[in-house]
Design a protein around this ligand. Structure first.
Ligand SMILES: [Mg+2]
Length: 233
């Protein structure tokens, strides 16, 4: 049996924002720091999949402090995503409520900003659903800790007091991080992953959060879901 379920957030629990929103936020971060005409390639390197080497190289080109560049980038990206939550561009998936039937501690481990995760949970009135919820702190240290590193999964397991969670994610980095933490993974094939071949192989593949309830070993309140035929007997 799994003793808990830990979720990635974006693309699993809530819909993805349009990439243009994150591009715009990154341009705004340069502007905020007084760089009004940055090289578009430099902006691009700061949008997603940012590495510490990216931050150092880009900050160096404009004589900016790397930590400051990254913090401002994170703050503006988070603010933009909060706006998207407020006006309905970033919403929970239709099957979100299925996880309320899971009869085990639940957590979140996201590579989004901690401020974004906290805001979404508050907005959805879902804070109490999760025993722990990690995003990244707005510092470059978090770039060394985010998935595919197991750091935040291990911290979540410690917070929840569990040792055999199922980790649910929509990216290869989720599966790698779960493996590194020594736990099983479920790849959720949302629409944006229709043609994706997960690598490495996840333990399970599901089409939505409803399917979690049918995975052997996931504790479900009231037992496994019944088919119509079973229900009528
Ligand atoms: Mg994701």
């Amino acid at each position: 049996m799994y003793d808990s379920v830990i979720f990635d957030h974006d693309g699993v629990l809530t819909t993805l924002v349009d990439l243009s929103l994150l591009h715009d936020a990154t341009w705004d971060a340069f502007d905020e720091l007084g760089v009004t005409d940055p090289d578009p390639d430099h902006v691009e390197r700061m949008v997603i999949h940012v590495t510490p080497a990216d931050v150092h190289a880009v900050a160096g080109a404009y004589d900016l402090d790397p930590e400051t560049l990254f913090r401002v980038r994170d703050e503006i990206a988070s603010a933009a995503q909060k706006e998207a939550v407020n006006d309905g561009r970033k919403v929970p998936y239709d099957d979100f409520d299925a996880i309320r039937r899971i009869d085990a501690p639940m957590g979140i481990v996201s590579s989004n900003q901690q401020a974004t995760i906290d805001y979404v949970l508050d907005h959805l009135d879902a804070t109490d659903l999760f025993g722990t919820a990690y995003g990244r702190e707005p510092s470059m240290t978090s770039l060394h800790r985010k998935k595919p590193e197991p750091y935040y999964i291990e911290r979540a397991m410690s917070d929840l007091g569990v040792n055999s969670p199922l980790f649910v994610g929509d990216s290869d980095s989720d599966i790698v991080a779960a493996r590194a933490a020594g736990v099983d993974s479920a790849f959720i094939r949302r629409g944006h992953r229709a043609d994706h071949t997960p690598s490495p192989d996840p333990t399970h593949e599901i089409g939505g959060l409803d399917d979690l309830l049918d995975i052997d070993g996931v504790p479900v309140a009231g037992g496994p879901s019944l088919t119509d035929e079973e229900t009528t007997q």
